[in-house]
Design a protein around this ligand. Structure first.
Ligand SMILES: [Zn+2]
Ligand SMILES: [Zn+2]
Length: 172
C-alpha cells in the first residue's frame, strides 16, 4: 500500500490568513550517495509532519519534521551502519516578497514535499556515517577490524611501505 505525497496542494486547504493546519503525509526518498557509497533511506515510506501557516497578506510559513534512517556501510569499518537522522526544516513562501521569501519547493501553491524532504535530509545527515559513534575503524596496516581485535592490536615490525600504500588506496 502506498500513498506517498509528491506535491501537496496548499490552496486546497483553504486556510484563512493567520490560520494553520498540521498535515501528516508520507514521502519516499531515493537512496543517497555519500562519499561514493549508496545509503538506503528507511523506512521506504517515511511519515512526515508538515505545519502549514497561512500568513496575513498572502503566502505560507511551513515547517517539516521527520525521522529516517540511513542504511549502508560504516565509513570507518565498512560494516553495516544504520544511523537515525532527525530532520527539521522551515520554509517561507510569500509571492512578491523577493528571493529570500520565495521557497523553491512551492510553485503555484503546490508544495513539493518529496523534494523538500530529500534536500532537508541531505543537510541533516552526519558528515561520516558510522556503525556507532566510537567505531574504532580498521587497522591501517593490516585492515583488521579494530572493533573486534581490540585496542591492544598492533604490529611489531613496520610493514613494507609499498604494501601500506596499497591499503591506503583501498580504504579511501
Ligand atoms: Zn564502524
Ligand atoms: Zn593490524
Amino acid at each position: 500500500m502506498s500513498n506517498e505525497t509528491t506535491a501537496f496542494d496548499l490552496a486546497g486547504l483553504r486556510l484563512a490568513p493567520g490560520e494553520g493546519r498540521r498535515l501528516d503525509l508520507s514521502v519516499r526518498i531515493e537512496p543517497l550517495l555519500l562519499g561514493g557509497e549508496s545509503y538506503a533511506v528507511e523506512p521506504q515510506t517515511i511519515p512526515v509532519r508538515v505545519d502549514v501557516s497561512r500568513m496575513t497578506g498572502h503566502g505560507y510559513a511551513l515547517r517539516l519534521r521527520f525521522a529516517a534512517a540511513l542504511a549502508g556501510p560504516c565509513t570507518r569499518c565498512l560494516r553495516a551502519a544504520r544511523p537515525e537522522v532527525e530532520v527539521e526544516a522551515r520554509e517561507v513562501d510569500r509571492p512578491g516578497g523577493g528571493e529570500e521569501l520565495s521557497s523553491p519547493y512551492v510553485v503555484d501553491e503546490l508544495l513539493d514535499v518529496a523534494a523538500w524532504a530529500r534536500d532537508a535530509l541531505v543537510l541533516a545527515v552526519p558528515v561520516k556515517v558510522l556503525c556507532r559513534e566510537d567505531c574504532a575503524g580498521l587497522c591501517p596496516v593490516c585492515a583488521a577490524d579494530l572493533n573486534e581485535v581490540g585496542p591492544e592490536h598492533g604490529h611489531e615490525q613496520a610493514p613494507d611501505p609499498r604494501w601500506a600504500k596499497l591499503r591506503e588506496l583501498k580504504l579511501d
